[in-house]
Design a protein around this ligand. Structure first.
Ligand SMILES: *[C@@H]1O[C@H](CO)[C@@H](O)[C@H](O)[C@H]1NC(C)=O
Ligand SMILES: *[C@@H]1O[C@H](CO)[C@@H](O)[C@H](O)[C@H]1NC(C)=O
Length: 374
């Protein structure tokens, strides 16, 4: 209970400060959030197990974790994409840095944590393209040799907005004839996967839950595409999708894609369409590179074995669950870990002052899955 109160208070405080500063005309909301979260940034400090350096892959910054343990043979690799709503966060944030160290140490694997550019300075598709650039560069045989990585044992992983980017990149790689090396597994940790329906049962059940209330998620989504508030307002009332795109709703139809347990007493309502102007001005929100659930089943074929982590008290819960259903329907092997007592961002709670047993338990479970399957 104390942890919930703590999370909630710190979030409310954060949002209040951000709103106040924006109201005063001082700073953009996201800049304020960025400034506050940047307090958690750590330098690239090597320890007894892992050598840590900040580097660049094809001009995109990334933090690289190389295990020190001497071993014969090639190593495994994990490409990690941090969360933060495409607007905040970074690979150097303490919980991300720690998670990458644990992964490198436990798996004796090379970890590449991508430092993609953020909104509001940069909008879609910049975030996607930065991650894609690093992944494509890293997957070249000549580069893998340089880092001693086994081309058959590479994972892409990410949480929240990073899970979104990981899922999108894994899909787009399938059509890229220049990329010969295939990902062995993908791990999607409470990912955001669709922009169409922001009134899913999970959005309704968790509208005001820490650390990601619906209002903040709507803000993150709209900010990914534009700072123009008209998109944010349309998304907040779930009337942003133009009628011309009505065919896409079947990909996020929770009435078919959610198990009964998560539907509870919610009643499926047909979509309400918005103006076609928004779709024309900001086509990104209808693009599967931003919303990986919006692809045909045939585009899911060929995806690697997938781990999906979802949290019960999370607006994004149903995005993850619907992707589990869609992948399983086309025969992709999926391991779904659903954490009943967790809120969004549970893997962030592994450092003081929010160092929780639950965060450690979930992190260990995820890393153990990687260790066995990669
Ligand atoms: C190094 O690895 C060992 C064995 O896994 C672990 O006990 C130790 O805490 C690690 N050191 C650091 C600084 O993480
Ligand atoms: C969603 O699924 C329900 C139940 O199968 C169906 O009645 C409804 O027409 C579907 N809606 C869309 C937009 O696909």
């Amino acid at each position: 209970v104390i942890y919930w109160i703590f999370c909630f208070c710190s979030l409310v405080c954060l949002i209040t400060v951000a709103e106040f500063a924006e109201w005063l005309g001082l700073m953009h909301y996201m800049e304020v959030l960025m400034m506050i979260t940047s307090i958690e940034y750590t330098a690239p400090i090597s320890d007894e197990n892992v050598t840590v350096t900040d580097t660049k892959f094809n001009n995109v910054p990334a933090r690289l974790y190389m295990p020190r343990k001497q071993s014969s043979g090639l190593k495994r690799a994990v490409i990690y994409i941090h969360g933060g709503g495409w607007c905040v966060g970074g690979s150097a944030m303490e919980p991300y840095d720690l998670l990458s160290r644990w992964t490198a140490n436990k798996l004796n694997a090379v970890v590449v944590s991508v430092e993609y550019r953020l909104a509001p300075m940069y909008h879609f598709p910049v975030q996607f393209e930065d991650v894609y650039t690093v992944v494509k560069f890293f997957l070249q045989n000549s580069v893998l040799v340089q880092y001693g990585v086994d081309p058959n044992r590479i994972c892409i992983s990410g949480d929240s907005a990073g899970g979104n980017l990981a899922a999108a990149v894994a899909q787009q790689l399938l059509d890229d004839l220049e990329v010969k090396v295939k990902l062995k597994i993908q791990a999607l940790l409470y990912p955001a996967l669709q922009t169409l329906d922001l009134d899913l049962p999970s959005y309704k059940d968790n509208e005001n839950k820490p650390i990601l209330p619906k209002s903040l998620m709507v803000r993150f989504w709209s900010e990914y595409f534009t700072t123009d508030v008209s998109l944010q307002e349309a998304m907040a009332s779930n009337k942003h999708v133009p009628a011309e795109s009505s065919h896409l709703f079947r990909f996020v139809n929770w009435s078919n894609l959610l198990p009964e347990k998560f539907k509870k007493d919610h009643v499926y309502a047909s979509p309400i369409y918005g103006s076609s102007m928004l779709g024309k001005k900001y086509p990104g929100f209808l693009d599967p590179r931003a919303a990986p659930l919006l692809v045909e089943d045939t585009k899911l074929l060929g995806l690697p074995v997938t781990y999906v982590l979802t949290c019960q008290h999370d607006v994004l819960r149903d995005d993850g669950i619907m992707y589990v259903s869609r992948l399983r329907e086309v025969g992709i092997e999926v391991i779904h870990d659903h954490i009943e007592d967790a809120i969004h961002g549970v893997l962030m709670f592994i450092t003081s002052p929010t160092d929780l047993a639950l965060g450690h338990r979930v992190a260990n479970k995820y890393i153990e899955w990687l260790n066995i399957n990669l």
